[in-house]
Design a binder for this molecule. Structure first.
Ligand SMILES: [Zn+2]
Ligand SMILES: [Zn+2]
Length: 268
């Protein structure tokens, strides 16, 4: 079944203002059988970003869910539409995040758990995917290897059911730490195969995310093709996501890497 399971909306403060229905129309045009909206859930703390635009506002959550459900009804029989969240895994904020999920348990199977922030001190979080400048500045300051290791530790915690049975068991863009990798050099301390083994052991699914192809300092899918080949080899499940923040990005590049290609990699 061709589905896009990672899609944003105008409710998050850093995306486009395209209406949700426009995303649905592009999805139908692209021949998708289902579409899952995964808006950034409100952060359970003050937004560390300068523009305070990481996520949706808490007061918009119910409106967002109601709007997706209205569309699901309207397009019933044409395309399946689901409502989920892209949830931030934040070290130290597990109780608050769990409290949010308790209010919306029906969204858990459609949601993604992502690491965008690493914890530098008890109340200091650093956003690893904001822009090249802030990333290279932090890398120069604390060391790229240290930054990578913090990220790896956070991903491992995210893979250990931090919210118990309410944990969304799909890990978002697992190697997002590579987003600006062309801008600096690092000896990558992360054993990605081991991390993918952990995804498998924990029974999680991979968000196979096509947004990275459009990032000038990266240019590939998350996970990258080599990691995907390994993921397939060990029998990991994955779900495609465009990570669209504008309607024209729905299903972007879905035709460019196919399961058939992975079969070739498996042989290699
Ligand atoms: Zn976003
Ligand atoms: Zn994300």
């Amino acid at each position: 079944m061709l589905s896009d399971r990672h899609v944003h909306t105008p409710y998050c403060l850093h995306g486009s203002s395209d209406a949700l229905e426009n995303y649905v129309k592009v999805a139908i045009e692209a021949g998708l059988e289902s579409l899952t909206f995964t808006e950034h859930a409100p952060l359970p703390m003050e937004d560390p970003l300068p523009d305070k635009d990481s996520s949706m506002r808490p007061e918009d959550v119910d409106t967002y869910l109601a709007e997706v459900r209205t569309l699901a009804k309207k397009y019933q029989g044409i395309i399946e539409i689901h409502a989920g969240f892209e949830l931030d895994y934040l070290e130290g904020k597990e109780p608050e995040t769990r409290a949010f999920l308790e209010k919306y348990p029906e969204t858990v199977p459609h949601s993604i758990l992502s690491v965008h922030f690493v914890q530098l001190a008890p109340d200091e979080y650093f956003c690893i995917d904001l822009d090249r400048e802030s990333f290279t500045q932090k890398g120069a300051e604390i060391g790229y290897e240290a930054l990578y290791s913090l990220y790896e530790a956070a991903v491992k915690k995210a893979l250990a059911l931090p919210y118990g049975e309410l944990t969304p068991k799909k890990i978002g863009h697992i190697n997002l730490i590579h987003k600006f990798q062309k801008a600096y050099s690092v000896s990558d301390p992360i054993d990605w195969k081991l991390l993918l083994d952990k995804v498998k052991e924990s029974g999680y699914t991979l968000d196979y995310n096509f947004a990275g192809i459009d990032k000038p300092d990266y240019g590939k899918t998350y996970p990258d093709p080599e990691m995907m080949a390994y993921a397939i080899k060990i029998g990991l499940t994955y779900e495609k996501g465009s990570d669209a923040h504008a309607s024209h990005e729905v299903a972007r590049y879905f035709g460019t890497a196919t399961e058939t290609e992975y079969d070739d990699w498996k042989e290699a």
